[in-house]
Design a protein around this ligand. Structure first.
Ligand code: EPZ
Length: 418
């Protein structure tokens, strides 16, 4: 299994280009199933999750062509099965995103239940309930969701919990339903807005994306479109913390500062000097040790749960005590024992972690458990004394394009061990 070895101590300083957003790319590639034509998606990041999604589409008979690195062309007219098998879905729960498009466009779908994962049970009950409300017959047996519908009918949906992929699945399904669908308590994430823009380019009639109430007027068919994926706000936040934790400086290009409001405010509270333009962010810690910042994760526009582990790494070496509440997932503190092995002082009280900053972490062999936890461990390795080896970094490759190259560009001493 591949590992990353990080030698701590360098104050990072550099400029990097942010890749396209993983969590916008995945639903947009699923939405390609809805078209009668062909679609082109640009600024696609080179990530394992994207490769997995392309493999999933390919095995359904969909024609997917990669052009000059970042552009993907999808032609679903050759689709010959509506089936997402367990061996693929278990590696990437976001495969559930093909469910809505398949039922809406082809009238049938057989998608494996995603199963739990390191950060919690992560059910898909709201996805299923929404499809049933849209008129689909859905049964769940032997680990599979089997759905059928002649034609979906618009309905008024209320999501009990804010769910990002639930909102996305139902917005895609409603695009081809008969009549009007209203999604109340919808997720407001920027990735939902990016997906809505892509669907609108295909001819969907959607209003309210980005608010908690999305209205979709179903249409009979969707056409060709091309769309460039928005920048990855979580990758951007991760590299901002990499500069902050080392007392350094970073300039991010091809990024949307407005998507990172809550994280930028917290970095300012931590003592960083942050400036932004329409497509760039600059952070300078000016050699200072960060100040502890309290974090409470929430659906967008609240503080993103996907940056919680990264900010915990920052807090482990900050001045003061920080209280960090994880309110979105029930078990997203898997990085805590690993950080404690590096000398971090963290006390867990249910959904809350109390982090008392120490002046220095010590390197240790640590293990990645989920995508963002692994990023937090890499960040801790940047400031730990000695060489930290992070194992099971396939988690990282799912969500970060060439993380070691980008950190090396910033001056980090990091290398991949086979
Ligand atoms: C999306 O996951 C992201 N993944 C996650 O990013 C992100 O952490 C999460 O949203 C929260 O922002 C993608 O977009 C591909 P949810 P998703 O449905 O949609 C409960 C990463 O690191 N829930 O918004 O699966 C659920 O258990 C990944 O890139 C139900 O109860 O998350 C959770 O507690 C990790 N029933 C809460 O809602 C449902 O039917 C939020 O989950 C659906 C969700």
């Amino acid at each position: 299994m591949e590992k990353l070895a990080i030698r701590g101590g360098a104050r990072l300083d550099g400029e990097i280009r942010i890749s396209g957003a993983k969590n916008a790319t995945l639903p947009i590639l699923a939405a390609a199933l809805l078209t009668d034509g062909r679609v082109t998606v640009g600024n696609v990041p080179h990530l394992n999750d994207v490769t997995t999604t392309i493999a999933l589409l390919g095995r359904m008979g969909v024609e997917v062509t990669m052009h000059d690195g970042w552009k993907v062309e999808v032609n679903p007219t050759s689709l010959n099965e509506c089936y997402a098998p367990y061996e693929l879905v278990k590696t990437m729960r976001a495969s559930i995103l093909v469910l809505g498009p398949l039922v809406a466009k082809y009238g049938r779908a057989e998608v494996s239940l995603p199963g739990g994962c390191a950060i919690g049970a992560r059910p898909v009950d709201l996805h299923v309930a929404g499809l049933r409300a849209l008129g689909a017959e859905v049964e769940i047996s032997d680990g599979y969701i089997r759905a059928r519908a002649k034609r979906l009918r618009g309905a008024r949906l209320f999501l009990d919990t804010v769910t990002v992929t639930g909102t996305e699945n139902l917005m895609m399904a409603a695009s081809l339903a008969e009549g009007e669908t209203v999604i109340e308590n919808a997720a407001r994430e920027p990735e939902v807005v990016d997906l809505a823009e892509f669907l609108q380019r295909m001819g969907a009639k959607i209003s309210g994306a980005g608010s908690d109430r999305i209205v979709i007027q179903g249409v009979d068919s969707l056409g060709s479109a091309s769309h460039d994926v928005q920048p990855d706000r979580i990758e951007a936040g991760t590299f901002l913390v990499a500069a902050a934790i080392t007392g350094g400086r970073v300039r991010l290009r091809a990024v949307q500062p407005a998507d990172l409001e809550s994280a930028l405010l917290k970095l300012g509270e931590a003592g960083a000097r942050v400036s932004t333009g329409d497509d760039w962010i600059e952070l300078d810690m000016e050699g200072r040790r960060p100040l502890a910042v309290d974090i409470s994760t929430a659906p967008y526009p609240g503080f993103p749960t996907d940056l919680q582990a990264q900010f915990m790494a920052l807090n482990t070496i900050a001045e003061g005590v920080a209280t960090m509440s994880e309110n979105v997932f029930e078990n997203r503190f898997m990085h805590v024992p690993e950080l404690q092995r590096m000398g971090a002082r963290i006390r867990l009280e249910g959904h809350t972690a109390v982090v008392t900053g120490v002046s220095q972490l010590r390197s240790a062999p640590v293990m990645a458990t989920d995508l963002r936890a692994s990023a937090g461990l890499v960040l801790a390795g940047l400031v730990a004394q000695g060489e930290t080896v992070v194992d099971r970094i396939y988690h990282i490759d799912r969500g970060y394009e060439c993380i070691e190259e980008k950190l090396q560009q910033m001056g980090a001493s990091i290398r991949r061990l086979a």
